[in-house]
Design a protein around this ligand. Sequence first.
Ligand SMILES: *[C@@H]1O[C@H](CO)[C@@H](O)[C@H](O)[C@H]1NC(C)=O
Ligand SMILES: *[C@@H]1O[C@H](CO)[C@@H](O)[C@H](O)[C@H]1NC(C)=O
Ligand SMILES: *[C@@H]1O[C@H](CO)[C@@H](O)[C@H](O)[C@H]1NC(C)=O
Ligand SMILES: *[C@@H]1O[C@H](CO)[C@@H](O)[C@H](O)[C@H]1NC(C)=O
Ligand SMILES: *[C@@H]1O[C@H](CO)[C@@H](O)[C@H](O)[C@H]1NC(C)=O
Ligand SMILES: *[C@@H]1O[C@H](CO)[C@@H](O)[C@H](O)[C@H]1NC(C)=O
Ligand SMILES: *[C@@H]1O[C@H](CO)[C@@H](O)[C@H](O)[C@H]1NC(C)=O
Ligand SMILES: *[C@@H]1O[C@H](CO)[C@@H](O)[C@H](O)[C@H]1NC(C)=O
Length: 372
Amino acid sequence: MHFSLSFVTLGLAVAGLAHALPHQRRSSVNLLDDVLVFDAPAFQDPANPGNTLVQLQAYTSTRQISIAPLVSAVSDFVNKTLGLDISGDLDTAASRLALFGTIGLSGKVVTVNVDGCGNGATLPSTASGGMAIQNVTLGACGTADAIGNVSLSSVDSRNLNFTVFPSSADGFGVISDIDDTVKVSHTLDKLLLAKATLIDTPVAVTGMPDLYKSLASSLNSPQFIYVSASPFQLYPFLRDFIDTTYAASSGPIMLNNLTTTNLTSITDFAANDGIEDYKSAMIDRIQGMYPGKKFLTIGDSTQKDPETYGEAIRKYGDFIACAWIRLVDEANNTQARFDAAFEGVDPSKYKLYNDTEIPSLANIDVAGGSCS
Ligand SMILES: *[C@@H]1O[C@H](CO)[C@@H](O)[C@H](O)[C@H]1NC(C)=O
Ligand SMILES: *[C@@H]1O[C@H](CO)[C@@H](O)[C@H](O)[C@H]1NC(C)=O
Ligand SMILES: *[C@@H]1O[C@H](CO)[C@@H](O)[C@H](O)[C@H]1NC(C)=O
Ligand SMILES: *[C@@H]1O[C@H](CO)[C@@H](O)[C@H](O)[C@H]1NC(C)=O
Ligand SMILES: *[C@@H]1O[C@H](CO)[C@@H](O)[C@H](O)[C@H]1NC(C)=O
Ligand SMILES: *[C@@H]1O[C@H](CO)[C@@H](O)[C@H](O)[C@H]1NC(C)=O
Ligand SMILES: *[C@@H]1O[C@H](CO)[C@@H](O)[C@H](O)[C@H]1NC(C)=O
Ligand SMILES: *[C@@H]1O[C@H](CO)[C@@H](O)[C@H](O)[C@H]1NC(C)=O
């Protein structure tokens, strides 16, 4: 099963640790709640160009419950299924798994303020599972990245901040996968994947930070958006990695929002091309936000990036300027696969590359219309 999303999630479901509270009445965030507001893309309101919209997403949960039983269940699970010993790194595993140990709170109303914007904004109350997402208006904002804050009661001194990434209606953007495109995740090897997810210090795919830095300049500060099918519970880990290792190309990270650890719905997701459907839906959202931009899409051959990007080109034409696909050893790198994935797509619109070619990608004049 080519299914990085959820090896860990699967372990939790098997361990019977899935949990959600019954639906709560609508209420504001209090001291007993935790709130994660994801870094958010902002875009020009088509109905009112002076106005900025932001696609705001928040997850509310009970504040940290004891993570120890969960870490111990995962530790047993990887011991039994993979022969992996994480007993020497339980603290790292605990920090990576922290959000898996939270209980999503429904009915919570999250209000935010963003530096330099005219209005605060309030999300509709969180759904069962604890998630809320909606485009909200911020009034007039500046054009630079801005810090936002969750507004809390006067007795709550926590600083729950996030970054808003605005971008103009035209120019370029980059849609990038994370696992095995910018970060070494070993998606096709369960043991190495579990290690990379739970305990290893994350490592960049060699040459990619420099490539993205170069794109940041050659495409004139494009909007970078990272789209990954990893579970949102890994957001703090992945965000920290992107923020530090890809500082020159930071941007919002869209992750899979499965709030459930229901084994059936997780395996359904895997069996029904869930990853491809999910990524296509995220590209649809991005297209709606930035219909006047052109996007370079970058991914790899382990999962469904070729199929997803091929479909996006057929659907949106020049909105997708190029698709670049990293050839990962052990993946299905056959001509038949790429012919099918990019059926009907002009071969000049996509490029398959191996690791030795990464530095040379910076020489491709994407802004001038080339893809290879
Ligand atoms: C798995 O757990 C057993 C029983 O606790 C232990 O003896 C063994 O060393 C563990 N193996 C690994 C690879 O963690
Ligand atoms: C966010 O909250 C912190 C702590 O309350 C405060 O110091 C900071 O000025 C706030 N920033 C914004 C953008 O509201
Ligand atoms: C999560 O997924 C559901 C079902 O696919 C969708 O309706 C909802 O808008 C998604 N929410 C987020 C946070 O993306
Ligand atoms: C955001 O919050 C973190 C954690 O409270 C804090 O360390 C950091 O300084 C805050 N950043 C800003 C820009 O307020
Ligand atoms: C788990 O998910 C499946 C498929 O989405 C659904 O039919 C089932 O009712 C869910 N079970 C629980 C306990 O929520
Ligand atoms: C936000 O608006 C854009 C543009 O209409 C749309 O593509 C996107 O799906 C919206 N996001 C949500 C979460 O509704
Ligand atoms: C590779 O993909 C092609 C096209 O989808 C498929 O026909 C072929 O069976 C796959 N090969 C392997 C080894 O999975
Ligand atoms: C990578 O691609 C280049 C250019 O197509 C080729 O010369 C080289 O042999 C390839 N390297 C590997 C390891 O496949």
